[in-house]
Ligand binder design. Structure first.
Ligand SMILES: Cc1cc2nc3c(=O)[nH]c(=O)nc-3n(C[C@H](O)[C@H](O)[C@H](O)COP(=O)(O)OP(=O)(O)OC[C@H]3O[C@@H](n4cnc5c(N)ncnc54)[C@H](O)[C@@H]3O)c2cc1C
Length: 461
């Protein structure tokens, strides 16, 4: 248990800022802010619900004066422990700062508060024929603040990129309570260092994000969604790099046999016997361009003998059902075992088959259930090591598998995380990828922004 840092006097000062309705200290309520997608649990001493930047700045001034840990929190859907108060102190729940402040269709930008649910922004800008492309599978409940802090990605990253490709500027509150505006409202801007990019992906360790300016693009008016079924996972994943040489799908995902089995009942069509892998390919654009892309893709696919069956979604409803099934893979995994170690490694696209092979070997050698699925088009593979943590021997083998997986990924020229970040779960492993100098420079940067180490302490390093 960390040493409590909140006195009655400090709690009173904080209450003056957010009002009695903006602070929670009841244990039952605190429990709701003690977990995230990893299943770990750390209890804060208080949760604060600021409604505006001024309140966030006031809170940070008090936290700074009394050296109190502050952990910003969006929806708590993170997969690496980022929003957990490891050292106690305050959780800063940003859910009440959930206004879409501006949508400017002509200049194709939007300005939002950090608590805006990403899916709500996407729906709102679609009314103006615009798209905010980043689409993490958690889009229906995760927040824009959490997305920026993790630099979230999703299936459409293969064509459209990730969160950082859309963040033009930010308003942040620094650890001492100063308010800083970074970036621009224009598509270009190179005045000074790019602090916007530095804060994007900084996992709540450098500043509290209180406003986000994002770039929007024209909404594609047509799509075509295709399922490709394979009897062999190697053959499915080998097709990815080959396909991307001459096609630009909006999404290119894969599911292995286990992932398919756990969502089989949710898929729009029954799977033929012997299906061991699926690729999902979505094309988008205006109707004419989708028709041309589809014709070219179908010619290519017809020449691939490894494909067991090609099923094109007949309508938007069927495509929606397919994507729903894909989104259900992660939560449905708990049908297999009570716990999972969930990694989001990335390898060069040509190396996906090697990674899959290495993962299958790890599962055999260590007698574990490991399955993979994910953003094949980016080489960003979700490796799920299924485990029962109460079985200590199995859990030890699972941790061994994770370490071996990371080493294999780096040998293949990859990286340990494509979108979930480091948080607590990869902190002890970053030295495998980053040099001592790199880590030292990052710690120096952390020290510039947060010399007292009060912002999300214990994360990344
Ligand atoms: C079923 C499921 C599917 C998922 N699919 C994807 C996916 O496809 N792609 C993907 O990238 N991720 C995915 N995730 C992970 C998660 O949804 C993302 O990391 C998301 O960006 C987290 O947003 P959140 O609002 O839940 O943030 P939280 O989990 O609350 O916080 C995440 C991190 O951001 C920090 N933070 C939050 N708000 C702020 C702020 N205002 N200022 C500074 N720091 C802040 C926190 O301190 C923490 O370090 C998935 C998670 C689940 C449960």
């Amino acid at each position: 248990m960390p040493t409590p840092s909140l006195t009655k006097n400090i709690l009173e000062k904080l209450t003056t800022i957010v009002g009695p309705a903006g602070i929670e200290t009841n244990k039952e309520e605190l429990l709701c802010y003690s977990y995230d997608g990893t299943g770990q649990e750390f209890l804060p001493e208080a949760v604060l619900f600021p409604e505006n930047t001024k309140q966030v700045a006031g809170i940070m001034k008090i936290a700074h004066a009394h050296t109190i840990p502050v952990v910003p929190r969006g929806a708590g859907s993170g997969m690496t422990g980022g929003s957990l108060p490891l050292k106690g102190g305050l959780v800063l729940a940003l859910a009440k700062m959930n206004r879409i402040l501006e949508v400017d269709p002509e200049n194709q930008i939007a300005v939002v508060e950090p608590g805006v649910i990403t899916g709500n922004l996407r729906k709102r800008v679609a009314q103006d024929g615009l798209s905010y492309p980043p689409d993490p599978a958690s889009v229906a409940f995760c927040t824009m603040g959490g997305n920026v802090a993790e630099c979230a990605g999703g299936p459409s990253a293969v064509k459209y990129g990730v969160t950082r490709d859309y963040v033009l500027g930010l308003e942040v509150v620094l650890s001492d309570g100063r308010i800083l505006a970074t970036g621009v409202r224009t598509n270009k801007g190179v005045v000074g260092y790019d602090l916007t990019r530095l804060f994007t992906g900084s996992e709540g360790t450098l500043a509290i994000i209180t406003k986000i300016i994002v770039r929007l693009i024209a909404h594609p008016t047509a799509t075509r969604t295709t399922m490709l079924l394979f009897g062999d996972l190697q053959e499915a994943t080998s097709l990815v790099a080959k396909l991307l040489l001459s096609h630009t799908p909006a999404k290119l995902e894969y599911l292995d046999g286990t992932a398919l089995n756990i969502v089989a009942g949710k898929l729009p069509t029954p799977l033929p016997k012997g299906t061991r892998a699926m690729l999902i390919i979505e094309l988008d654009g205006d109707p004419e361009s989708v028709a041309i892309q589809a014709e070219k893709l179908d010619l290519f696919l017809a020449r691939q003998p490894a494909i067991q069956q090609q099923v094109n979604a007949t309508d938007a409803k069927q495509a929606k059902r397919l994507w729903f099934a894909r989104k259900q893979v992660s939560p449905s995994a708990f049908k297999l075992k009570p716990d999972k170690i969930s990694e989001d490694v990335v390898v060069p696209k040509t190396k996906i088959p090697d990674l899959v092979q290495k993962t299958e070997k790890l599962a055999r050698d260590l007698n574990l259930l490991i399955f993979t699925f994910g953003h094949a088009g980016d080489g960003n593979i979700h490796v799920n090591i299924m485990v029962d943590k109460s079985d200590h021997k199995e859990y030890a083998r699972a941790k061994q598998a994770k370490e071996s997986l990371f080493k294999a990924v780096l040998e293949l020229g990859g990286t340990l995380s494509g979108e979930h970040g480091v948080g607590t779960t990869k902190a002890e492993h970053i030295g495998l990828e980053l040099s001592e100098t790199s880590i030292a420079v990052m710690k120096e940067l952390k020290n510039v922004f947060d010399p007292l180490n009060i912002l999300n302490p214990g994360k990344i390093f």
